[in-house]
Design a protein around this ligand. Sequence first.
Ligand SMILES: Cc1cc2nc3c(=O)[nH]c(=O)nc-3n(C[C@H](O)[C@H](O)[C@H](O)COP(=O)(O)OP(=O)(O)OC[C@H]3O[C@@H](n4cnc5c(N)ncnc54)[C@H](O)[C@@H]3O)c2cc1C
Length: 425
Amino acid sequence: MGKNITHGLWEATAPARPQLDSLQGAHKTDVAIIGGGYTGLSAALHLSKMGRESILLEAEDIGYGGAGRNVGLVNAGLWLMPEDVLQLVGSEYGEKLIRILGASPDLVFGLIKEYGIECEALRNGTLHCADSKSGYKALRQREEQWLKRGAPVRLLEREEAAVKTGSTSFFGALLDKRAGTVQPLAYAYGLAKAALKEGAKLYNHSPVTEFDKISDGWRLTTPRGTLTAKSVIIAVQGYAEYAFKEYQKNLVPFNFFQFATPPLPEKILKTILPERQGAWDTNLILSSYRLDAAGRLIVGSVGMVDGFAWDIHENWVKRTIEKTFPQVGETPLDYGWYGRIAMTTNHIPRFHLIEPSVAIVTSYNGRGIGPGTVFGKLLAEYMAGGSQKDIPLPVTKIDPVGFRNLRGLFYEAGARLYHFVQRRI
Ligand SMILES: Cc1cc2nc3c(=O)[nH]c(=O)nc-3n(C[C@H](O)[C@H](O)[C@H](O)COP(=O)(O)OP(=O)(O)OC[C@H]3O[C@@H](n4cnc5c(N)ncnc54)[C@H](O)[C@@H]3O)c2cc1C
C-alpha cells in the first residue's frame, strides 16, 4: 500500500515533475502569481501568451494543493443547479457564469491538445448517479435546467445507468457529454510546462511569507528572495499554510479522500464504467468512482485518511466496492490519499479585490479543474488591462464564516460515523 497520503496514485503515475529553482535574491515583474495550482498556472500561461511578464511562486511543488490530489473530473458548471446559481448571484453575473463554466471543459481539453499535455485525458462525459429516488428527481430537474440552455445532457433510466456504470446500485444517472476526466497532477505539470514554454517564470519551494505595499506596487518576500510587482494574483485556495490565512476565513475546510485498487483484469474492466466516464453520486456524503488509464478503480468520499481514520475509510471503500461493483470481488487497495476542498457556505466561488491590483478568485467548492483554468485566464486578462466586469462574479468582501473550524470538524466526524456504519449489511 502506497502511504503517500497527500498525492497517492497521482504522484506515482504522473510524468516527471517540472524542474524548477526556488526564488533567490531580488526580482521584479509585471504580475506576481502566488500558488502553482490550476488558477495560478493558467494565469501565468495566459499572461505569457498575451506577451505579459509574470513570475509564479509556489510554496511547495507545482500541484501540491488541490490540483495534485483531486478526482480528476473535468466538470461543466458548478455543483449548484443553474437556477440556484441565478438566485444566488443574480442574472447579471449568473447567466454568464453558467455559460463560461459550462464551457470550461472546452478550455481544458483545448489546452491539453494545443500543448500535447500527457494527462490521461478522456472526454467521454461524466455520470452523476442517483443513489435514491429523491436523487433521481433532483437529476431530472438538473437535466431540465441544462437542456433549457442547450447543454448536451441526458438522464439515463435505471437499466441504461446500470450498463454505463457497471452497477445496479443507481436509480438513474445524468450523462453530461461536455465533461471528461484527466490525471489531475499530470494536467497541472502540463500547464506548468506550457507556461514555461510560453516564457513565464515559475519557482518551486518559494512560499510567500510576507506581502507589503510599496510605492510602485507590491513586495513579496520568500525565505531566500523578494519579488516586486505592479500587480498580484493570489491563487492559494484552501492551502494557505504560509500566509494569507485571513483570506481563508470565508471558507469551510472540507476533506475528501480516495483509494485505488491495483489494475483490474481486462474481463472485469469491460463491465465497470466501460466507456470510462468519471462518476459520482447524489448522496449528501457523496462518493466518486472512476478508472485510471491502467484500469485501477478509484473510489472517493468525504473525510481525511490521517491516523485512525484511515482504517474506517479504507474498510468502507472495500465494502462499497463489494456492494456497488460485486464483479470486482475482494481486492486489496494500493493507494489512499486525501485533500482539502475550499468550500463556501452557499457553494459559489468568491472574487475579492484587496485593491484593484491584487485579485483573488477562490473556493471552487470541489470543482476547480475547469473553473481554475478559466478564472486563471480571466484574471490574466484583467491584469493585462481588462475590466473586472469580465470576471463573472460579484466582487465580495471576505466575510468570516462563524465557527468555521467547528463546521469542518462536524463534516469530518459525520463522514467517519457514516463510513463506519454504512454498507455493513
Ligand atoms: C480531494 C479533492 C477532490 C477534488 N475533486 C475535483 C474534481 O474531481 N474535479 C474538479 O474540477 N475539482 C476537484 N477538486 C477541486 C480542485 O482540486 C481545486 O478546486 C483546484 O485544485 C483549485 O486550483 P487552484 O489553483 O485554485 O488551487 P490549488 O490547486 O489548491 O493550488 C494552490 C497552491 O497554492 C500554493 N500556496 C499556498 N500558499 C502559498 C504561499 N504562501 N506562497 C506560494 N504558494 C502558496 C499551494 O502550495 C498550492 O499548490 C477536488 C479537490 C480535492 C482536494
